[in-house]
Design a protein. Structure first.
Length: 122
């Protein structure tokens, strides 16, 4: 299993949803010559086709996934102006939110990477 950041505008696999930014997709790599989508995760408000409404200031913020670093069964996701999102990926078909921490405002967002430091229990 691997994780991927997929841009909704360039991926046929994600084109079936009307998403307003990048999402986390788990990919089954059991057969590397035929990768298969296993699951998806996005912040509530990103799936416009399902009637979700963003609850963030979209005019000033970017809330799509920028980068995910996976340690064990946890994906530490930088979501730009939505800051830090931690996702349980132990069930590859159903990634689930553990926590979402935002420090914007009062501080600027622009979160680029969220790096776990397991040897320091951080």
């Amino acid at each position: 299993m691997t994780l991927a950041c997929i841009d909704h505008k360039s991926s046929a696999a994600v084109a079936t949803l009307t998403l307003n930014s990048n999402i986390l997709i788990t990919v089954d790599m059991a057969d590397p010559t035929q990768p298969k989508e296993a699951g998806r995760f996005w912040l509530l408000g990103m799936n416009l086709a399902a009637g979700e409404q963003p609850n963030w200031p979209s005019a000033i913020g970017r809330f799509g996934l920028h980068h995910a670093i996976v340690h064990a069964d946890t994906a530490y996701c930088s979501r730009r102006d939505a800051c830090l999102v931690v996702v349980d990926v132990s069930d590859h078909s159903a990634p689930m939110l553990i926590t979402h921490k935002s420090w914007s405002p009062p501080f600027g967002g622009g979160t680029h990477n969220c790096m776990p430091l397991p040897e320091r229990e951080v």
